[in-house]
Design a binder for this molecule. Structure first.
Ligand SMILES: Cc1cc2nc3c(=O)[nH]c(=O)nc-3n(C[C@H](O)[C@H](O)[C@H](O)COP(=O)(O)OP(=O)(O)OC[C@H]3O[C@@H](n4cnc5c(N)ncnc54)[C@H](O)[C@@H]3O)c2cc1C
Length: 548
Protein backbone atom coordinates (compact mmCIF):
# COMPACT_ATOMS: atom_id res chain seq x y z
CA UNK A 1 0.00 0.00 0.00
CA UNK A 2 1.34 3.44 -0.90
CA UNK A 3 1.97 5.55 2.18
CA UNK A 4 2.33 9.35 2.08
CA UNK A 5 2.43 12.04 4.79
CA UNK A 6 -0.21 14.19 3.08
CA UNK A 7 -2.73 13.22 0.41
CA UNK A 8 -4.31 16.20 -1.35
CA UNK A 9 -7.49 15.57 -3.34
CA UNK A 10 -8.13 18.03 -6.20
CA UNK A 11 -5.53 19.93 -8.24
CA UNK A 12 -7.38 23.20 -8.67
CA UNK A 13 -5.54 26.35 -7.55
CA UNK A 14 -5.88 25.49 -3.85
CA UNK A 15 -4.59 21.93 -4.05
CA UNK A 16 -1.68 23.03 -6.24
CA UNK A 17 -0.79 25.93 -3.92
CA UNK A 18 -0.93 23.63 -0.89
CA UNK A 19 1.29 21.00 -2.53
CA UNK A 20 3.77 23.72 -3.49
CA UNK A 21 3.81 25.40 -0.07
CA UNK A 22 4.16 22.05 1.71
CA UNK A 23 7.10 21.43 -0.59
CA UNK A 24 8.62 24.75 0.51
CA UNK A 25 8.48 23.33 4.04
CA UNK A 26 10.10 20.11 2.88
CA UNK A 27 6.92 18.05 3.28
CA UNK A 28 6.07 15.39 0.72
CA UNK A 29 2.57 15.11 -0.64
CA UNK A 30 0.64 13.19 -3.24
CA UNK A 31 -1.85 15.33 -5.16
CA UNK A 32 -4.55 13.50 -7.09
CA UNK A 33 -6.82 15.09 -9.71
CA UNK A 34 -9.58 13.38 -11.61
CA UNK A 35 -9.20 15.46 -14.79
CA UNK A 36 -6.13 15.99 -16.94
CA UNK A 37 -5.83 19.51 -15.48
CA UNK A 38 -6.89 21.37 -18.64
CA UNK A 39 -9.21 24.31 -17.92
CA UNK A 40 -11.76 24.99 -20.64
CA UNK A 41 -13.84 27.48 -18.59
CA UNK A 42 -11.75 29.83 -16.52
CA UNK A 43 -13.72 30.75 -13.42
CA UNK A 44 -11.38 32.89 -11.38
CA UNK A 45 -9.44 35.63 -13.12
CA UNK A 46 -8.37 38.08 -10.38
CA UNK A 47 -5.35 37.06 -8.35
CA UNK A 48 -5.59 39.21 -5.25
CA UNK A 49 -2.80 41.15 -3.63
CA UNK A 50 -2.27 38.72 -0.71
CA UNK A 51 -2.06 35.81 -3.15
CA UNK A 52 0.52 37.82 -5.12
CA UNK A 53 2.48 38.36 -1.90
CA UNK A 54 2.56 34.57 -1.49
CA UNK A 55 3.63 34.25 -5.14
CA UNK A 56 6.47 36.67 -4.33
CA UNK A 57 7.45 34.49 -1.37
CA UNK A 58 7.46 31.47 -3.69
CA UNK A 59 9.51 33.31 -6.31
CA UNK A 60 6.92 32.88 -9.04
CA UNK A 61 5.72 36.45 -9.69
CA UNK A 62 7.47 36.55 -13.11
CA UNK A 63 5.63 33.35 -14.06
CA UNK A 64 2.29 35.00 -13.24
CA UNK A 65 3.21 38.08 -15.30
CA UNK A 66 4.18 35.91 -18.25
CA UNK A 67 1.29 33.46 -17.90
CA UNK A 68 -0.72 34.68 -20.88
CA UNK A 69 -3.14 37.50 -19.99
CA UNK A 70 -2.62 40.67 -22.00
CA UNK A 71 -1.30 42.92 -19.22
CA UNK A 72 -1.67 45.96 -21.50
CA UNK A 73 -5.45 45.58 -21.77
CA UNK A 74 -7.42 48.34 -19.99
CA UNK A 75 -9.10 47.18 -16.79
CA UNK A 76 -12.02 49.66 -16.62
CA UNK A 77 -15.41 48.46 -15.40
CA UNK A 78 -18.34 50.05 -17.26
CA UNK A 79 -22.15 49.83 -17.03
CA UNK A 80 -24.06 50.10 -20.27
CA UNK A 81 -27.52 49.51 -21.72
CA UNK A 82 -25.68 47.63 -24.50
CA UNK A 83 -22.28 48.01 -26.14
CA UNK A 84 -23.90 49.99 -28.95
CA UNK A 85 -26.38 51.67 -26.58
CA UNK A 86 -25.78 54.12 -23.75
CA UNK A 87 -22.95 54.14 -21.25
CA UNK A 88 -24.23 54.83 -17.73
CA UNK A 89 -20.95 55.06 -15.86
CA UNK A 90 -17.45 53.69 -15.56
CA UNK A 91 -14.70 53.07 -13.05
CA UNK A 92 -11.38 53.60 -14.82
CA UNK A 93 -8.46 51.28 -14.08
CA UNK A 94 -5.04 51.19 -15.70
CA UNK A 95 -3.87 48.10 -17.58
CA UNK A 96 -2.40 45.58 -15.13
CA UNK A 97 1.14 46.37 -16.23
CA UNK A 98 0.72 50.07 -15.37
CA UNK A 99 -1.33 49.78 -12.20
CA UNK A 100 0.63 51.22 -9.27
CA UNK A 101 1.48 49.09 -6.27
CA UNK A 102 -0.31 50.29 -3.15
CA UNK A 103 2.07 51.61 -0.47
CA UNK A 104 1.09 48.77 1.89
CA UNK A 105 2.53 46.01 -0.30
CA UNK A 106 5.51 45.07 -2.47
CA UNK A 107 2.98 43.53 -4.90
CA UNK A 108 -0.31 44.37 -6.58
CA UNK A 109 -3.26 42.31 -7.73
CA UNK A 110 -3.00 40.62 -11.13
CA UNK A 111 -5.36 39.51 -13.85
CA UNK A 112 -4.53 35.88 -14.46
CA UNK A 113 -7.49 33.62 -15.26
CA UNK A 114 -7.45 30.06 -14.04
CA UNK A 115 -6.45 28.58 -17.41
CA UNK A 116 -3.22 30.60 -17.03
CA UNK A 117 -2.85 30.52 -13.22
CA UNK A 118 -3.34 26.78 -12.63
CA UNK A 119 -0.36 25.89 -14.87
CA UNK A 120 1.76 28.44 -12.95
CA UNK A 121 0.81 26.79 -9.65
CA UNK A 122 1.37 23.34 -11.13
CA UNK A 123 4.88 24.34 -12.15
CA UNK A 124 5.41 25.70 -8.61
CA UNK A 125 4.22 22.44 -7.03
CA UNK A 126 6.42 20.38 -9.36
CA UNK A 127 9.43 22.62 -8.77
CA UNK A 128 9.38 21.81 -5.06
CA UNK A 129 10.50 18.26 -5.74
CA UNK A 130 8.29 17.10 -2.86
CA UNK A 131 4.92 16.88 -4.59
CA UNK A 132 3.85 13.92 -6.70
CA UNK A 133 1.03 14.94 -9.05
CA UNK A 134 -1.25 12.23 -10.38
CA UNK A 135 -3.84 13.35 -12.90
CA UNK A 136 -6.80 11.24 -14.09
CA UNK A 137 -7.00 9.81 -10.56
CA UNK A 138 -10.14 10.14 -8.51
CA UNK A 139 -10.89 9.78 -4.83
CA UNK A 140 -13.67 7.23 -4.38
CA UNK A 141 -13.94 7.04 -0.58
CA UNK A 142 -11.96 7.53 2.58
CA UNK A 143 -11.78 6.03 6.02
CA UNK A 144 -10.36 7.97 8.95
CA UNK A 145 -8.63 5.81 11.54
CA UNK A 146 -6.88 6.61 14.79
CA UNK A 147 -3.40 7.04 13.32
CA UNK A 148 -4.02 7.41 9.59
CA UNK A 149 -6.49 7.95 6.77
CA UNK A 150 -7.10 5.28 4.13
CA UNK A 151 -8.17 6.63 0.76
CA UNK A 152 -9.62 4.52 -2.03
CA UNK A 153 -8.63 6.05 -5.37
CA UNK A 154 -9.26 4.98 -8.96
CA UNK A 155 -7.52 5.56 -12.25
CA UNK A 156 -10.20 7.30 -14.30
CA UNK A 157 -9.05 5.68 -17.56
CA UNK A 158 -8.52 2.06 -16.51
CA UNK A 159 -10.87 1.90 -13.51
CA UNK A 160 -8.04 0.30 -11.55
CA UNK A 161 -8.42 0.98 -7.83
CA UNK A 162 -5.81 1.35 -5.11
CA UNK A 163 -5.73 2.20 -1.41
CA UNK A 164 -3.42 4.97 -0.25
CA UNK A 165 -2.56 5.50 3.41
CA UNK A 166 -1.73 8.99 4.62
CA UNK A 167 -1.21 10.73 7.93
CA UNK A 168 -3.38 13.66 6.82
CA UNK A 169 -5.79 14.15 3.95
CA UNK A 170 -6.79 17.54 2.56
CA UNK A 171 -9.86 17.94 0.38
CA UNK A 172 -9.32 20.72 -2.13
CA UNK A 173 -11.85 19.05 -4.37
CA UNK A 174 -14.18 21.98 -5.00
CA UNK A 175 -17.78 22.80 -4.14
CA UNK A 176 -19.14 19.26 -4.50
CA UNK A 177 -16.29 17.94 -2.32
CA UNK A 178 -16.30 14.16 -1.91
CA UNK A 179 -13.93 14.63 1.03
CA UNK A 180 -16.27 16.99 2.88
CA UNK A 181 -19.23 14.69 2.32
CA UNK A 182 -17.22 11.61 3.34
CA UNK A 183 -16.53 13.09 6.77
CA UNK A 184 -20.09 14.37 7.12
CA UNK A 185 -19.42 18.11 7.30
CA UNK A 186 -22.48 20.11 6.19
CA UNK A 187 -22.40 23.47 4.42
CA UNK A 188 -24.28 26.31 6.06
CA UNK A 189 -25.97 29.18 4.27
CA UNK A 190 -28.95 30.27 2.21
CA UNK A 191 -30.32 28.49 -0.86
CA UNK A 192 -28.88 29.17 -4.30
CA UNK A 193 -28.44 32.90 -4.95
CA UNK A 194 -28.58 32.61 -8.75
CA UNK A 195 -28.46 30.00 -11.49
CA UNK A 196 -25.98 31.63 -13.86
CA UNK A 197 -24.71 30.55 -17.27
CA UNK A 198 -21.22 31.49 -18.47
CA UNK A 199 -20.24 31.41 -22.12
CA UNK A 200 -16.67 31.82 -23.32
CA UNK A 201 -16.66 33.02 -26.91
CA UNK A 202 -14.04 34.09 -29.38
CA UNK A 203 -14.38 37.28 -31.39
CA UNK A 204 -11.50 39.13 -32.95
CA UNK A 205 -11.92 42.89 -32.71
CA UNK A 206 -15.07 43.08 -30.61
CA UNK A 207 -13.93 46.57 -29.59
CA UNK A 208 -14.35 47.80 -33.18
CA UNK A 209 -18.05 46.88 -33.19
CA UNK A 210 -19.02 49.61 -30.75
CA UNK A 211 -18.13 53.09 -29.60
CA UNK A 212 -17.43 52.39 -25.92
CA UNK A 213 -13.90 52.63 -24.57
CA UNK A 214 -12.38 49.20 -23.92
CA UNK A 215 -13.10 47.72 -20.52
CA UNK A 216 -12.20 44.55 -18.70
CA UNK A 217 -15.81 44.19 -17.54
CA UNK A 218 -19.13 45.51 -18.85
CA UNK A 219 -22.29 45.23 -16.77
CA UNK A 220 -25.52 45.29 -18.77
CA UNK A 221 -28.54 47.08 -17.39
CA UNK A 222 -31.85 46.75 -19.19
CA UNK A 223 -35.44 47.60 -18.33
CA UNK A 224 -35.50 44.50 -16.12
CA UNK A 225 -32.39 45.71 -14.24
CA UNK A 226 -28.91 44.14 -14.23
CA UNK A 227 -29.02 41.04 -16.43
CA UNK A 228 -25.57 40.15 -17.81
CA UNK A 229 -21.84 40.84 -17.68
CA UNK A 230 -19.05 40.58 -20.23
CA UNK A 231 -15.41 40.13 -19.26
CA UNK A 232 -12.22 40.38 -21.35
CA UNK A 233 -11.01 36.96 -20.29
CA UNK A 234 -7.64 36.99 -22.05
CA UNK A 235 -7.42 40.68 -22.99
CA UNK A 236 -7.25 39.67 -26.66
CA UNK A 237 -9.94 37.75 -28.50
CA UNK A 238 -11.78 35.77 -25.82
CA UNK A 239 -14.74 37.02 -23.81
CA UNK A 240 -16.73 35.56 -20.95
CA UNK A 241 -20.41 36.39 -21.10
CA UNK A 242 -22.47 35.71 -17.94
CA UNK A 243 -26.21 35.49 -18.09
CA UNK A 244 -26.75 36.23 -14.42
CA UNK A 245 -30.19 34.64 -13.98
CA UNK A 246 -31.97 34.43 -10.66
CA UNK A 247 -32.88 31.91 -7.99
CA UNK A 248 -34.96 29.79 -10.36
CA UNK A 249 -33.22 27.05 -12.28
CA UNK A 250 -33.14 27.57 -16.03
CA UNK A 251 -31.26 25.90 -18.89
CA UNK A 252 -30.48 27.78 -22.07
CA UNK A 253 -30.10 26.44 -25.59
CA UNK A 254 -27.19 27.63 -27.71
CA UNK A 255 -29.49 29.82 -29.90
CA UNK A 256 -30.85 31.47 -26.74
CA UNK A 257 -27.33 32.16 -25.50
CA UNK A 258 -26.32 33.54 -28.89
CA UNK A 259 -29.35 35.82 -28.89
CA UNK A 260 -28.47 37.11 -25.41
CA UNK A 261 -24.87 37.86 -26.45
CA UNK A 262 -26.08 39.73 -29.54
CA UNK A 263 -28.54 41.67 -27.36
CA UNK A 264 -25.70 42.71 -25.03
CA UNK A 265 -23.55 43.90 -27.93
CA UNK A 266 -26.57 45.50 -29.60
CA UNK A 267 -25.90 44.40 -33.19
CA UNK A 268 -25.51 41.03 -34.93
CA UNK A 269 -21.87 39.91 -35.22
CA UNK A 270 -19.79 36.77 -35.79
CA UNK A 271 -18.42 34.89 -32.83
CA UNK A 272 -17.44 31.33 -31.93
CA UNK A 273 -18.71 29.78 -28.71
CA UNK A 274 -15.82 27.93 -27.07
CA UNK A 275 -17.53 26.59 -23.94
CA UNK A 276 -20.69 26.92 -21.87
CA UNK A 277 -20.83 26.51 -18.08
CA UNK A 278 -24.09 26.62 -16.15
CA UNK A 279 -23.22 27.15 -12.46
CA UNK A 280 -24.95 27.95 -9.20
CA UNK A 281 -23.97 31.02 -7.21
CA UNK A 282 -23.90 30.21 -3.53
CA UNK A 283 -23.06 31.67 -0.14
CA UNK A 284 -22.04 28.64 1.90
CA UNK A 285 -19.41 27.94 4.53
CA UNK A 286 -18.64 24.49 5.93
CA UNK A 287 -19.76 23.94 9.50
CA UNK A 288 -16.20 22.82 10.31
CA UNK A 289 -13.01 22.88 8.29
CA UNK A 290 -11.58 19.67 9.71
CA UNK A 291 -11.91 16.48 11.64
CA UNK A 292 -8.85 15.11 13.38
CA UNK A 293 -6.95 14.04 10.26
CA UNK A 294 -9.06 15.31 7.38
CA UNK A 295 -9.10 18.98 6.31
CA UNK A 296 -10.99 20.89 3.67
CA UNK A 297 -9.82 24.06 1.95
CA UNK A 298 -10.88 26.35 -0.89
CA UNK A 299 -14.29 25.82 -2.48
CA UNK A 300 -14.65 22.56 -0.55
CA UNK A 301 -14.88 24.74 2.57
CA UNK A 302 -16.56 27.92 1.30
CA UNK A 303 -18.57 28.86 -1.76
CA UNK A 304 -19.06 32.46 -2.66
CA UNK A 305 -20.50 34.70 -5.31
CA UNK A 306 -17.56 35.76 -7.52
CA UNK A 307 -18.54 39.41 -7.04
CA UNK A 308 -15.35 40.75 -5.51
CA UNK A 309 -12.97 37.99 -6.56
CA UNK A 310 -12.54 36.49 -3.09
CA UNK A 311 -13.18 32.77 -3.73
CA UNK A 312 -9.81 31.48 -4.77
CA UNK A 313 -7.93 34.14 -2.88
CA UNK A 314 -9.57 33.07 0.40
CA UNK A 315 -8.75 29.47 -0.50
CA UNK A 316 -5.07 30.25 -1.07
CA UNK A 317 -5.02 31.76 2.44
CA UNK A 318 -6.51 28.48 3.71
CA UNK A 319 -3.67 26.60 2.03
CA UNK A 320 -0.96 28.85 3.47
CA UNK A 321 -2.50 28.73 6.97
CA UNK A 322 -2.76 24.94 6.91
CA UNK A 323 0.54 24.17 5.24
CA UNK A 324 2.96 25.22 7.99
CA UNK A 325 0.75 23.60 10.63
CA UNK A 326 0.87 20.28 8.79
CA UNK A 327 4.63 20.67 8.37
CA UNK A 328 5.11 21.50 12.06
CA UNK A 329 3.05 18.51 13.16
CA UNK A 330 4.73 16.07 10.77
CA UNK A 331 8.18 17.40 11.70
CA UNK A 332 7.39 17.02 15.39
CA UNK A 333 7.66 20.63 16.59
CA UNK A 334 3.98 21.50 16.25
CA UNK A 335 2.00 21.16 19.46
CA UNK A 336 -0.87 18.72 19.74
CA UNK A 337 -3.48 21.49 19.35
CA UNK A 338 -1.90 23.21 16.37
CA UNK A 339 -3.89 21.56 13.57
CA UNK A 340 -7.22 22.32 15.24
CA UNK A 341 -6.42 26.03 15.00
CA UNK A 342 -6.79 25.88 11.20
CA UNK A 343 -10.58 25.79 11.55
CA UNK A 344 -10.53 28.34 14.35
CA UNK A 345 -8.52 30.85 12.34
CA UNK A 346 -9.69 30.37 8.76
CA UNK A 347 -13.40 29.67 9.13
CA UNK A 348 -14.29 33.19 10.38
CA UNK A 349 -12.35 34.60 7.40
CA UNK A 350 -14.44 32.40 5.11
CA UNK A 351 -17.67 33.70 6.67
CA UNK A 352 -16.44 37.31 6.43
CA UNK A 353 -15.45 37.03 2.79
CA UNK A 354 -18.51 35.17 1.46
CA UNK A 355 -20.74 37.69 3.25
CA UNK A 356 -18.92 40.58 1.61
CA UNK A 357 -19.30 38.93 -1.81
CA UNK A 358 -23.07 38.61 -1.39
CA UNK A 359 -23.22 42.28 -0.43
CA UNK A 360 -21.42 43.06 -3.70
CA UNK A 361 -23.91 40.92 -5.60
CA UNK A 362 -26.82 42.79 -4.03
CA UNK A 363 -25.28 46.12 -5.00
CA UNK A 364 -24.71 44.93 -8.57
CA UNK A 365 -28.29 43.66 -8.85
CA UNK A 366 -29.89 46.63 -7.06
CA UNK A 367 -31.43 47.92 -10.32
CA UNK A 368 -33.58 44.77 -10.30
CA UNK A 369 -35.08 45.65 -6.94
CA UNK A 370 -35.69 49.27 -7.87
CA UNK A 371 -36.13 49.23 -11.63
CA UNK A 372 -34.21 51.86 -13.59
CA UNK A 373 -36.26 54.89 -14.70
CA UNK A 374 -37.92 54.39 -18.11
CA UNK A 375 -36.15 57.45 -19.59
CA UNK A 376 -32.79 55.71 -19.09
CA UNK A 377 -33.26 54.09 -22.49
CA UNK A 378 -34.56 57.19 -24.34
CA UNK A 379 -32.48 59.25 -26.76
CA UNK A 380 -33.55 62.54 -25.24
CA UNK A 381 -32.34 65.22 -22.85
CA UNK A 382 -34.49 63.70 -20.12
CA UNK A 383 -32.74 60.41 -20.91
CA UNK A 384 -29.32 62.09 -20.55
CA UNK A 385 -30.34 63.48 -17.17
CA UNK A 386 -31.70 60.10 -16.01
CA UNK A 387 -28.53 58.33 -17.15
CA UNK A 388 -26.31 60.80 -15.32
CA UNK A 389 -28.26 60.46 -12.07
CA UNK A 390 -28.56 56.68 -12.30
CA UNK A 391 -24.97 56.19 -13.51
CA UNK A 392 -23.44 58.36 -10.79
CA UNK A 393 -25.33 56.54 -8.05
CA UNK A 394 -24.46 53.09 -9.48
CA UNK A 395 -20.79 54.05 -9.90
CA UNK A 396 -20.71 55.17 -6.30
CA UNK A 397 -22.38 52.02 -4.97
CA UNK A 398 -20.08 49.71 -6.95
CA UNK A 399 -16.85 51.24 -5.62
CA UNK A 400 -16.94 48.92 -2.63
CA UNK A 401 -16.52 45.93 -4.97
CA UNK A 402 -13.70 47.46 -7.00
CA UNK A 403 -11.67 48.73 -4.02
CA UNK A 404 -11.32 45.94 -1.48
CA UNK A 405 -7.73 45.98 -0.21
CA UNK A 406 -9.06 45.69 3.36
CA UNK A 407 -10.68 42.34 2.61
CA UNK A 408 -7.50 40.96 1.02
CA UNK A 409 -4.96 42.20 3.58
CA UNK A 410 -6.90 43.24 6.69
CA UNK A 411 -8.05 39.84 7.93
CA UNK A 412 -7.11 39.15 11.55
CA UNK A 413 -6.93 35.90 13.52
CA UNK A 414 -8.73 37.50 16.43
CA UNK A 415 -8.95 35.36 19.54
CA UNK A 416 -6.75 32.66 18.05
CA UNK A 417 -5.38 30.29 20.69
CA UNK A 418 -1.95 30.42 19.01
CA UNK A 419 -1.67 34.20 18.99
CA UNK A 420 -0.54 36.06 22.10
CA UNK A 421 -2.71 39.20 22.42
CA UNK A 422 -0.94 42.42 23.38
CA UNK A 423 -3.93 44.11 24.99
CA UNK A 424 -4.62 46.54 22.16
CA UNK A 425 -8.07 46.56 20.62
CA UNK A 426 -8.87 45.14 17.20
CA UNK A 427 -8.86 47.79 14.47
CA UNK A 428 -12.05 48.33 12.50
CA UNK A 429 -12.50 45.77 9.70
CA UNK A 430 -12.61 48.01 6.63
CA UNK A 431 -13.16 47.05 2.99
CA UNK A 432 -11.73 49.77 0.78
CA UNK A 433 -8.96 51.01 3.03
CA UNK A 434 -6.26 49.15 4.92
CA UNK A 435 -3.94 50.42 7.60
CA UNK A 436 -0.99 48.16 8.26
CA UNK A 437 -0.56 46.97 11.83
CA UNK A 438 1.72 44.50 13.59
CA UNK A 439 -0.91 43.84 16.23
CA UNK A 440 -0.78 40.07 16.95
CA UNK A 441 -3.09 38.12 14.63
CA UNK A 442 -2.58 40.54 11.73
CA UNK A 443 -0.60 40.24 8.51
CA UNK A 444 2.95 41.41 9.28
CA UNK A 445 3.39 44.81 7.60
CA UNK A 446 5.39 45.54 4.49
CA UNK A 447 8.19 48.12 4.52
CA UNK A 448 11.02 48.46 2.02
CA UNK A 449 14.29 47.51 3.70
CA UNK A 450 16.50 48.28 0.75
CA UNK A 451 16.48 48.15 -3.04
CA UNK A 452 13.68 45.70 -3.88
CA UNK A 453 13.71 44.02 -0.47
CA UNK A 454 10.52 43.97 1.59
CA UNK A 455 10.05 42.90 5.19
CA UNK A 456 7.71 40.29 3.67
CA UNK A 457 10.70 38.66 1.97
CA UNK A 458 11.91 37.53 5.40
CA UNK A 459 8.87 35.31 6.02
CA UNK A 460 7.73 31.90 4.79
CA UNK A 461 9.82 29.00 5.97
CA UNK A 462 10.43 29.53 9.70
CA UNK A 463 9.17 31.65 12.56
CA UNK A 464 10.94 34.99 12.32
CA UNK A 465 11.94 37.19 15.24
CA UNK A 466 12.37 40.80 14.17
CA UNK A 467 14.57 43.00 16.37
CA UNK A 468 14.19 46.67 15.65
CA UNK A 469 17.53 48.40 16.25
CA UNK A 470 20.67 47.37 18.08
CA UNK A 471 19.23 48.80 21.31
CA UNK A 472 16.34 46.32 21.23
CA UNK A 473 16.42 43.40 23.67
CA UNK A 474 18.37 40.47 22.24
CA UNK A 475 15.40 38.11 22.02
CA UNK A 476 17.76 35.43 23.27
CA UNK A 477 15.12 33.94 25.58
CA UNK A 478 12.75 33.32 22.66
CA UNK A 479 15.54 31.97 20.46
CA UNK A 480 16.58 29.50 23.16
CA UNK A 481 13.00 28.51 23.96
CA UNK A 482 12.35 27.86 20.28
CA UNK A 483 15.53 25.82 20.10
CA UNK A 484 14.45 23.69 23.08
CA UNK A 485 11.06 23.02 21.43
CA UNK A 486 12.62 22.31 18.03
CA UNK A 487 10.78 25.26 16.49
CA UNK A 488 12.67 26.69 13.49
CA UNK A 489 13.23 30.38 14.20
CA UNK A 490 15.32 32.95 12.38
CA UNK A 491 16.27 36.29 13.89
CA UNK A 492 16.68 39.49 11.84
CA UNK A 493 18.05 42.77 13.12
CA UNK A 494 16.16 45.55 11.32
CA UNK A 495 17.65 49.03 11.26
CA UNK A 496 15.00 50.90 9.35
CA UNK A 497 12.87 53.72 10.75
CA UNK A 498 9.82 53.08 8.57
CA UNK A 499 9.72 49.39 9.50
CA UNK A 500 10.24 50.22 13.20
CA UNK A 501 7.38 52.72 13.03
CA UNK A 502 5.02 50.18 11.45
CA UNK A 503 5.90 47.32 13.77
CA UNK A 504 5.75 49.62 16.83
CA UNK A 505 7.55 47.38 19.35
CA UNK A 506 11.20 46.37 19.72
CA UNK A 507 10.60 42.64 19.21
CA UNK A 508 8.00 41.06 16.91
CA UNK A 509 7.48 37.35 16.30
CA UNK A 510 6.08 36.39 12.88
CA UNK A 511 4.75 32.93 11.95
CA UNK A 512 5.75 31.03 8.81
CA UNK A 513 2.50 32.16 7.14
CA UNK A 514 3.47 35.82 7.61
CA UNK A 515 1.07 36.64 10.46
CA UNK A 516 2.27 38.29 13.67
CA UNK A 517 1.83 36.05 16.73
CA UNK A 518 3.57 38.00 19.52
CA UNK A 519 5.21 41.37 20.06
CA UNK A 520 6.72 43.27 22.97
CA UNK A 521 9.22 45.85 24.06
CA UNK A 522 11.13 43.87 26.64
CA UNK A 523 12.78 40.49 26.78
CA UNK A 524 9.84 38.26 27.74
CA UNK A 525 10.27 36.53 31.09
CA UNK A 526 7.97 33.73 29.96
CA UNK A 527 9.66 32.94 26.61
CA UNK A 528 8.96 29.18 26.77
CA UNK A 529 5.31 29.89 27.44
CA UNK A 530 5.11 32.13 24.36
CA UNK A 531 6.77 29.55 22.14
CA UNK A 532 4.43 26.86 23.46
CA UNK A 533 1.38 29.01 22.73
CA UNK A 534 2.40 29.87 19.16
CA UNK A 535 3.28 26.26 18.29
CA UNK A 536 -0.09 25.04 19.55
CA UNK A 537 1.22 23.08 22.54
CA UNK A 538 -0.48 25.15 25.14
CA UNK A 539 -4.22 24.95 25.11
CA UNK A 540 -7.03 23.09 23.45
CA UNK A 541 -8.94 25.05 20.85
CA UNK A 542 -12.28 23.97 22.22
CA UNK A 543 -13.65 20.71 23.54
CA UNK A 544 -15.94 20.01 20.62
CA UNK A 545 -13.38 20.57 17.91
CA UNK A 546 -10.81 18.46 19.72
CA UNK A 547 -13.23 15.62 20.15
CA UNK A 548 -14.05 15.53 16.43
C1 LIG B 1 -17.46 33.02 -12.79
C2 LIG B 1 -16.51 32.91 -11.65
C3 LIG B 1 -15.51 33.86 -11.48
C4 LIG B 1 -14.64 33.78 -10.41
N1 LIG B 1 -13.68 34.74 -10.26
C5 LIG B 1 -12.85 34.69 -9.21
C6 LIG B 1 -11.81 35.65 -9.04
O1 LIG B 1 -11.67 36.55 -9.86
N2 LIG B 1 -10.99 35.54 -7.96
C7 LIG B 1 -11.13 34.53 -7.06
O2 LIG B 1 -10.37 34.49 -6.08
N3 LIG B 1 -12.07 33.58 -7.20
C8 LIG B 1 -12.92 33.63 -8.25
N4 LIG B 1 -13.85 32.65 -8.42
C9 LIG B 1 -13.87 31.50 -7.50
C10 LIG B 1 -12.77 30.53 -7.86
O3 LIG B 1 -12.87 30.11 -9.20
C11 LIG B 1 -12.82 29.33 -6.94
O4 LIG B 1 -12.88 29.78 -5.61
C12 LIG B 1 -11.59 28.45 -7.12
O5 LIG B 1 -11.57 27.89 -8.40
C13 LIG B 1 -11.58 27.36 -6.08
O6 LIG B 1 -10.44 26.57 -6.23
P1 LIG B 1 -10.40 25.13 -5.62
O7 LIG B 1 -9.04 24.61 -5.95
O8 LIG B 1 -10.86 25.14 -4.22
O9 LIG B 1 -11.55 24.30 -6.40
P2 LIG B 1 -11.69 23.97 -7.94
O10 LIG B 1 -11.09 25.01 -8.78
O11 LIG B 1 -13.12 23.63 -8.12
O12 LIG B 1 -10.81 22.65 -8.11
C14 LIG B 1 -11.20 21.45 -7.51
C15 LIG B 1 -10.51 20.31 -8.26
O13 LIG B 1 -10.80 19.08 -7.61
C16 LIG B 1 -11.02 18.07 -8.59
N5 LIG B 1 -11.81 17.01 -7.97
C17 LIG B 1 -13.10 17.09 -7.53
N6 LIG B 1 -13.47 15.90 -7.00
C18 LIG B 1 -12.40 15.07 -7.08
C19 LIG B 1 -12.18 13.72 -6.69
N7 LIG B 1 -13.13 12.99 -6.09
N8 LIG B 1 -10.98 13.17 -6.93
C20 LIG B 1 -9.99 13.91 -7.54
N9 LIG B 1 -10.15 15.19 -7.94
C21 LIG B 1 -11.34 15.77 -7.70
C22 LIG B 1 -11.75 18.82 -9.69
O14 LIG B 1 -11.64 18.14 -10.93
C23 LIG B 1 -11.04 20.16 -9.69
O15 LIG B 1 -9.95 20.19 -10.57
C24 LIG B 1 -14.74 32.71 -9.48
C25 LIG B 1 -15.74 31.73 -9.67
C26 LIG B 1 -16.62 31.83 -10.73
C27 LIG B 1 -17.69 30.79 -10.89
Amino acid sequence: MKNVPVLIVGAGPIGLALAGDLGEHGVSSLLIERTDGAITQAKMDMVGIRTMEYCRRWGIVPWVHAAGYNRDYPQDCAWVTSLTGHELGREPFAPVRDEARPPQSPEKRERCPQNFFDPVLRRFAERSGHAELRYRTQLISLEEREGAVLARVANVDTGEEETIECRYLVGTDGGASTVRKSVGIPMIGPDALTYTTNVIFRCDGLEALHDKKPAYRYIFIGKQGTWATLVAINGRDQWRFSLIGDASKRQYTEPELREAIVQAVGIPFDFEILSVLPWVRRQLVAERYSTRRVFIAGDAAHLTSPTGGFGMNTGIQDAVNLSWKLAATLQGWGGEHLLATYDHEQRPIGVRNVTESTGNLKRMLAPRVKEPPAELFDDSEAGDRARKAFGDAYTDAMKREWFSIGIHLGYVYEGSPIVVPDGTSCPEDTVSTYTQTARPGSRAPHAWLGEGQSTLDLFGKTFVLLRFGAQAPSGQGLIEAAGRAGVPLTMHLIENDEAARLYETALVLVRPDGQVCWRGNVEPAEASEIIDVVRGAHAAVGGEREAA
